[in-house]
Every structure is written in C-alpha cells, then in structure tokens.
Ligand binder design. Structure first.
Ligand SMILES: NC(=O)CC[C@H](N)C(=O)O
Length: 372
C-alpha cells in the first residue's frame, strides 16, 4: 500500500506502508544508529516525532518482548529505506512490520532516506505528515505546515508514569554486563526517580547498582518526593521542549539544595533550567549511538548514545554550574555539575539501550554521591 511523507517545505516522498493505516504529523528527525530500532520505537522521548533511520536496512533481527524501553511505541511515525522481510535472530518473536501494525505505528519504506536526511541536516528538522489515507500532495504539505511542532508544548504529561510505583527489575539476564556484579540489596540507597517518560534501562541500572527505586510521576512536587525519604533523586529523559515543564523546574530547584541529584537528557535540561540556565532548539539535534563526547574532568572521550533536539545554552549558564562534558561534533554542552552541591547531569544516555556502554561510570558517580 502506498504511503507518503510530506514536509513543510513542500517536498513529498512516496513509498510503501510497512505499518498501520492512518495519518500522523510531527517533527521529522533522523537517527544514525545501525541497530536498536525497537529501543528507539519505545523510547518515550520520541513523542511528537517522525523518526527516520539512516541505516539502510531495518528489521533484520526482528522484534521481541525484551528490547523494550517502555510499554509501547511513543513516536509519531517511522521511516526506513528498506524493511527487511528476512529476520534472523534467536531472540526474534515477530517481524518489525507486524510489531508496527500491532501498535498502530504509521511507517514508510522505499523512500530515499539519504536525500531526506541531507535535507534535514542542511535545512534543519522540519514538521511533516506521514499518511496512508490522504495521498494528495498539496493537502499533505498544508497539513505539515499546520502541524504544531515541539516548541512550547508539554509532551511529558502524555508519556510519564501516572502513579508512583516500586521498580525491581534488573538488567536482563542476556545482557553483556556481568550479572554477578549485582550488589546486595541490603542497606540499599533509596532513589526516587522522577519519570518524565523514562527509558526502562535507567531504573534497571539503578537496581543493578544495588538501589531501591521508587518511580514517581514527573509532576510530583518536592514535598511529595521528600516524604519518601530518598537518598538521591534521579531526573529522567523525556520528550519535547524542556522550558514549558515549569512544575518540574520548580520541584528540582527545591530538591537540589537537599538531596544528591542525577539527571539524564531532559533531566539534564531541567536541572540546568532549575539552576538558572536557558535551553535552545538545535538545528537538527543529536540522535544516534555513535556520538563522541569529551569528559573534561578526566580528559577521556566516550562514544555515547544520544537523542536530543534541545540543548543548554552555554551563554546563559549560571556561575553555579560547571561544564563537565562537551560534544566533539559541535562543542555543545553534554554535561554539567553543580559547583557546591552534589548535583550533576548529562545530555546523553549512559544507560545506552541501544548504544555503547562507555558511560556506565556515571551511575557509579551517582551511587558515590548518595553514599557521601
Ligand atoms: N531524550 C531526551 O530526554 C530528550 C530531551 C528533549 N526532549 C530533547 O529533545 O532535547
């Protein structure tokens, strides 16, 4: 069945549907990971986005019920060059196209993703519409132009946990990490994780490090969180523009004086905003599993997994925050630390999933901060 992707600049790509019937709009962006399509589909941070994979063949190892980063896909739409009909992996349970259809994800293959990505890279992320029901170019372009985009919207409310709950699941048994490294749970530090659309591999890492983890909705205030007597507070990743998430910024401002704080991605942006910085929308963002980052505190370079379209504006950084990590691609801020308080954060994803494991040491830093 024919599907079309239209951009706000008037470009229309015609391909074949590999997912559900329907029509979606969103910001069209791209991810350069060669693997990890299931983790990308289920990463709640992609809410509101139509994600294009630059790797030309997607689906070749199928889908399973283990490689999930949340209950179900959250992105608006999915774009690939070629969907592999052959799936070869002992862990595969389902074809990617069946997974997409089962979850109502509108997706397209057989378009020139290289041309699309070159356009997004030179002109910046654009609003778009992906459809199998309306195939009229002019109508689709008009809808792309009318799409609300990401700026100024609170998408956290659409994906964050609604109720507080305990998290007990460790990293999977098939993980490449040594499961014997799991620490005993006695005397475990209690982490309260503010969920703004958290990827599941984050609390799994906290549990593997010996923590007791309580996940709370990102809308919880400081009083509700302190009532749980945390030893540390974790700020999760999440979708969209960080600036409209004012309730969380207020909460974090109250908490940072009282408890060790560690933030990832949206959590990093919210911590920076709480300390007085501002964020900006990047031209096309960083999304992939091969993003080089310089740790300025050790001089080491780590290859990281990333997914962000906003970043902390260095010119607005308050004196209280020090830059600890920098992108080696464009020199933007990838990590900060408070000069006086045990609070730090990174813009990238140390939990990987998918991606390299170079940055796991950051969880150890958080554990050390809670012990101190
Ligand atoms: N992965 C994330 O937490 C993304 C943060 C934010 N939504 C951004 O795009 O910059």
């Amino acid at each position: 069945m024919t599907a079309k992707l239209a951009l706000e600049d008037g470009t229309v790509y015609t391909g074949t549907s590999i997912g559900a019937d329907g029509e979606v709009d969103g910001e069209v962006c791209f991810n350069t990971s060669m693997t990890g399509y299931q983790e990308i589909l289920t990463d709640p941070s992609y809410r509101g986005q139509i994600v294009t994979m630059t790797y030309p063949q997607i689906g070749n190892y199928g889908c399973n019920t283990e490689d999930l980063e949340s209950q179900r896909p959250h992105l608006s739409g999915f774009v690939v060059r070629e969907h592999s009909r052959v799936r070869s992996n002992f862990r595969s349970e389902k074809r990617l196209s069946d997974y997409l259809e089962d979850h109502g994800v509108v997706a397209i293959e057989s378009i020139d993703t290289r041309a699309l990505v070159r356009k997004l890279r030179s002109e910046g992320a654009m609003r778009g519409v992906l459809s199998t029901v309306d195939l009229d170019d002019a109508s689709l372009v008009a809808k792309a132009k009318a799409s609300p985009g990401l700026v100024g919207r609170d998408l956290v409310q659409e994906v964050a946990a609604r109720e507080a709950h305990e998290w007990n699941e460790p990293l999977s048994s098939w993980t490449l990490l040594n499961p014997d490294a799991r620490k005993s749970a006695s005397n475990s530090p209690h982490v309260v994780a503010m969920d703004f659309g958290m990827k599941w591999n984050i609390p799994r890492h906290l549990v593997d490090g010996g923590c007791r983890v309580t996940v709370v909705p990102g809308s919880y205030n400081a009083e509700q969180i302190l009532e749980l007597s945390p030893d540390g507070v974790f700020l999760s990743n999440g979708p969209g523009d960080p600036e409209p998430i004012e309730y969380a910024i207020h909460t974090i401002r109250d908490l940072v004086e009282k408890k060790p704080v560690f933030g990832i991605c949206l959590g990093h942006q919210l911590l920076s905003l709480a300390c007085g910085a501002k964020t900006f929308k990047m031209k096309f963002g960083h999304r992939g599993a091969n993003q080089p980052v310089h740790d300025l505190t050790t001089g080491k370079v780590e290859i990281t997994s990333q997914n962000h379209g906003f970043a902390v504006d260095e010119s607005t950084l308050p004196d209280s925050l020090e830059v600890t990590h920098r992108s080696l691609n464009d020199q933007t801020i990838e990590g900060v630390q408070h000069r006086e308080l045990p609070a730090f954060s990174v813009q990238y994803h140390p939990e990987a999933s998918s991606g390299p494991h170079d940055s796991h040491y950051l969880f150890e830093r958080f554990f050390a901060a809670m012990q101190a």
